[in-house]
Each structure stands twice: as C-alpha cells, then as structure tokens.
Design a protein around this ligand. Structure first.
Ligand SMILES: [Zn+2]
Length: 136
C-alpha cells in the first residue's frame, strides 16, 4: 500500500505535490491547513511523511491489548485448565449472562453455580483476564 497517511497533527488528508515541478522525481506530501503546526514544515517524500514510529508503536500496542480483551468463542478454543476466565453463557430458555469460571479435568466450573445446574448451561465465549461486568 502506497497511500499517504493523514496529517499527524490535524488529521486532515495529506496534500500531494508533483515533485517534478520542484525538482524531484517523486511526489511530496504535506499539510496546508493554516492553523496546523505541520503547515510550517516542508513537504516530504511519501516514506518520510508516513514514518510515524510512535504512532505505529501505540497502534500496535492498542491492537495487542484489544486482542487480549477479545471474547473468544468456545468453538474456537477453550481456556487453559484451572485458569479463571470471564464467561458469556446462557441457560436454555433464559437470557445470556456473565459469569466467572474455569475448566478442571475437562469440566466447566462456574463460581457460585452448583454442578447439577451446569448441565443446562451453554458456554458461548470467554476472555482473560477477568474484567468486571459493565453496570446495566
Ligand atoms: Zn495538519
């Protein structure tokens, strides 16, 4: 992909100048918004304009944190045995509910729910680490 990123300061679309008019054999990119600090800076080649190491590192870290907080369908994979996880489940004929549970010897254990009740519960997805349920 060879697309210019938006301005790192104001977020406006980058302006492309044909470099040949300025003595370059490649296009240059910059921002022309009058109130933007970037407007004072010289236009730059695409690679330089798009080079945002801090922004890229932050975006990578955000993606990593979001992936860690993702709800994982039980059909995709199960949590490690004996690791407490956040759960979305439902009981036949009832609505979905949040719970905290873990798997031991291949069987689900839900904190605060007796074993015989587990028979009617369908496990939908889980995530780790446990996050407090949102207030409803
Ligand atoms: Zn700008």
């Amino acid at each position: 992909m060879n697309e210019a990123k938006d301005c790192p300061f104001c977020g406006n679309e980058a302006v492309r100048l044909e470099g040949k008019d300025l003595g370059y054999d490649y296009p240059l990119y910059g921002c022309v918004q009058p109130d933007c600090p970037c407007a004072e800076m010289p236009f730059a080649p695409l690679e330089e304009w798009n080079d945002r190491p801090i922004e890229d590192a932050l975006n990578a870290r955000i993606a990593e944190l979001e992936a860690a907080q993702r709800w994982i369908p039980v059909s995709e994979r199960l949590p490690k045995e004996e690791t407490q996880v956040d759960l979305w489940c439902y009981e036949y004929g009832a609505k979905k509910f949040r719970a905290i549970g873990y798997i031991i010897n291949g069987k689900w254990v839900i904190v605060g729910i007796e074993d015989q009740l587990l028979v009617s519960i369908v496990f939908i997805s889980w995530r780790y680490p446990i996050a407090l349920p949102e207030e409803s």
